[in-house]
Ligand binder design. Structure first.
Ligand SMILES: Cc1ncc(COP(=O)(O)O)c(C=O)c1O
Length: 392
């Protein structure tokens, strides 16, 4: 039967019926070890009891009122984010690309509010991904995503990720800000160099530019700190968050300093669904879990354990695997063999991971993954590598 869905996702066949913790189950009962987690979304695995309790409690009480009215769950979530980050203010929306979009608007609005009307251009990075709105496409300038969609350059330039000279060369009297992912996700799990990041911050300070981090994928505990910037030694003015914040419920959040956020005066920006009580209740439960003492150190421990196991596999199979990248439980496996084929074979062995750029795979387990589940993953990967070598 021809699908009534638009063809933009292709025609995936694999479908799941239910999930529990680190596992997904297809309707024929096959159990899959899920190390994709909806591309870093199900931060606490599938059907976490605390999230179910928060969602059902809220669902029985109130779903939606609109931002015409006060939403105390949103105020609570914003306060938790502010208490645990650089930010003073938060705007809630429904997705990563909306959070990024809000950040771009803040950069332009901030300059507009100071009568610096010529300052509208924003510098993004090569190999980046910020989502699918026009502005996000223009910032990343990846032709495979943007072809046919954009008119002009939409006010964005691209510096080479990691190359300070290329960034400096692009700064002009029209530049308003810089956006980058501290760890490029879609681009292949590339961690930004710390010295480069510090130099970017200095350059921004020198030219009075706003610095924005896109932590849609690498944020919310994924790297072992609540946000990745907290272990990279550089603080942004604006930060986009989403994915793991809702643990599977759609949400986005744009975090900013007071001076930047103050330019978003009443009526200047908004969202019908952003900050709705259901999303807020679930995200409050996610953050309550992540900020429980010991949770994030455990992410770091599990990461070290898993990466040591992966490194052994890389050492055993240098002709198949090039190396490991990433931070915490945002892990890239750089491949010598075609990554897409390795992913297919892993799926055949009932393990799910995600493709990333540069012939790599993304391994994104739940943040509360157990050591046994990590061992299970290592066993599956080892088995496939041996079969590959034996050509069976
Ligand atoms: C770094 C980054 N920014 C933005 C987005 C867009 O998020 P969404 O798909 O929720 O709009 C993604 C999604 O993968 C992402 O990885």
């Amino acid at each position: 039967m021809t699908s009534a869905l638009m063809p933009n996702y292709g025609t995936p066949e694999l479908e799941f019926d239910h999930g529990q913790g680190s596992y997904l189950y297809s309707s024929d009962g096959t159990r899959y070890l899920d190390f994709a987690m909806g591309i870093a979304v199900n931060s606490l695995g599938h059907c976490h009891p605390r999230l179910i309790a928060a969602l059902t409690k809220q669902a029985n009480k109130l779903w939606h009122t609109s931002n015409l009215y006060r939403i105390s769950e949103a105020e609570r979530l914003a306060s938790t984010l502010v208490a645990n980050t650089f930010a003073d203010r938060v705007f809630f929306c429904n997705s990563g690309t909306e959070a990024v979009e809000c950040g771009f608007k803040l950069i332009r609005r901030f300059n507009h509010a100071q009568d610096r009307h010529q300052r509208k251009r924003i510098i993004g990075m090569t190999n980046a991904f910020h989502g699918r709105t026009h502005a996000a496409l223009a910032a990343a300038a990846n032709p495979s995503h943007s072809a046919g969609f954009l008119v002009g350059d939409n006010g964005f330039d691209q510096a080479v990720f990691g190359d300070l000279d290329s960034l400096e060369a692009l700064i002009s009297a029209e530049t308003a800000g810089v956006i980058l992912e501290p760890i490029q996700g879609e681009g292949g799990i590339r961690v930004v160099d710390r010295d480069y990041l510090k130099a970017v911050k200095e350059l921004c300070a020198q030219h009075d530019l706003l610095l924005m981090f896109d932590e849609v994928q690498c944020g919310v505990g994924r790297t072992g700190t609540l946000y990745a910037y907290q272990q990279l030694g550089v603080t942004p003015d604006i930060l986009a968050s989403a994915k793991g914040l809702g643990g599977g419920f759609p949400i986005g959040a744009c975090l900013a300093t007071e001076v930047v956020a103050a330019t978003m005066t009443a009526g200047s920006h908004g969202s019908t669904f952003g900050g709705n009580p259901l999303a807020m209740a679930v995200a409050n439960a996610v953050l309550a879990e992540l900020t429980t003492p010991g949770f994030l150190p455990q992410v770091q421990q599990r990461s070290a354990y898993f990466r040591a196991g992966l490194q052994t596999l890389v050492d055993q199979h240098p002709e198949l695997l090039k190396g490991i990248s990433g931070l915490g439980l945002m892990i890239g496996l750089q491949c010598e063999i075609p990554a897409a084929e390795l992913i297919t074979r892993l799926q055949q062995e009932a393990m799910l991971v995600v493709k990333a750029g540069g012939n790599s795979i993304r391994i994104l387990p739940a943040l509360n993954v157990s050591e046994e589940e990590l061992d299970e993953a290592l066993t599956i990967i080892a088995k496939i590598l041996i079969k590959w070598q034996l050509k069976i």
